[in-house]
Design a binder for this molecule. Structure first.
Ligand SMILES: Cc1cc2nc3c(=O)[nH]c(=O)nc-3n(C[C@H](O)[C@H](O)[C@H](O)COP(=O)(O)OP(=O)(O)OC[C@H]3O[C@@H](n4cnc5c(N)ncnc54)[C@H](O)[C@@H]3O)c2cc1C
Length: 264
């Protein structure tokens, strides 16, 4: 499991950017309640950043990333891709299988769009666009000299005339959906959310804790792997569901709890 998320990005004008040498970090976190019937308060989270990657273009792009903190989608799957133990497994998160998760991301996106359209944000940004973590974005995000040079050149052009900037964003960054498409047409917004939703690095629940008679449980209440002597798993993978929270502290607390029980 993971928390499904969607992002709205825009070009950040000079003067409103983070120092190029500062690492990317979260500048504002907004926790809110969707108000959807039956879901707990604080089920939604927005992270605002004025830098989206290490490179020169990343320093020009700001993003608002919204995620569903209390997800209802079914668990995904981790499958072996081959008999070779060093091969990467196939990971399917199954993120939007529950309609409530999709609906909350769509309403979260509309909230971000309203913030984007406010005078204060418009004054320091240009050309908002629905963002997707595409192969192009992934490839240019690899830290190497080629990408450093390419993004320096692209960033110089992006700081040039607005028409050129818009052309570059439309043709090299955006894939398929424009900001106007998704804020004026619910079907386009749904299609975009279905296509662009990704997790927020809160991968959990791949070998869950459970009773001895539970065929899907991998570890017992003390993290001991069933059927293997002397091996425990004590991390986010033993969670029964992804918590309604960021995962770092829950991982630490699981480790403290199991360590304390084991030391007794
Ligand atoms: C980019 C990013 C940003 C994040 N931001 C936040 C945040 O702001 N707040 C928050 O709460 N959480 C955040 N998280 C999530 C949080 O970091 C993770 O949920 C948490 O660290 C998971 O802990 P873990 O022990 O399960 O896994 P990990 O921290 O990944 O630890 C697994 C360890 O196992 C080791 N390992 C792997 N395979 C083997 C092997 N075969 N043999 C021996 N060792 C092995 C790895 O080297 C690693 O040290 C973020 C995650 C990422 C990736």
């Amino acid at each position: 499991m993971d928390h499904p998320s969607i992002s709205l990005s825009s070009f950040v004008r000079r003067g409103a950017r983070m120092n190029e040498h500062t690492r990317r970090h979260m500048q504002l976190g907004l926790r809110y309640s969707s108000g959807l019937a039956g879901v707990p308060k604080g089920d939604m989270f927005v992270v605002l950043l004025s830098k989206s990657a290490w490179h020169a273009v990343g320093a020009q792009i700001g993003s608002a990333l919204t995620f569903v903190n209390k997800t209802y989608s079914e668990t995904g799957q981790v499958k072996l891709s081959s008999r070779d133990a060093s091969a990467e497994p196939i990971v399917e998160f199954n993120l939007l299988s529950d309609r409530r998760d999709l609906d909350r991301l769509m309403s979260g996106f509309r909230k971000m769009a309203a913030i984007q359209l406010s005078d204060a944000v418009r004054a320091v940004t240009d050309k908002p666009f629905p963002a997707a973590y595409t192969d192009k974005v992934r490839k240019i995000g690899v830290v190497n000299t080629r990408n450093r040079i390419l993004t320096k050149i692209a960033a110089t052009l992006m700081d040039g005339p607005a028409a050129l900037r818009h052309y570059l964003i439309d043709n090299f960054v955006v894939e398929g959906f424009t900001f106007d498409d998704v804020i004026n047409d619910d079907e386009a917004l749904e299609a975009f959310v279905r296509k662009a939703t990704i997790g927020v690095w809160h991968a959990s629940c791949s070998c869950r804790m459970g009773r001895a008679d539970d065929p899907m449980a991998v570890v017992d209440a003390q993290g001991r792997v069933k059927g293997i002597q002397g091996l425990r798993v004590v991390d986010a993978s033993i969670f029964p569901v992804v918590p309604c929270a960021n995962t770092n502290f829950p991982v630490l607390m699981s480790a403290e709890k199991i360590a304390a029980a084991t030391m007794q």
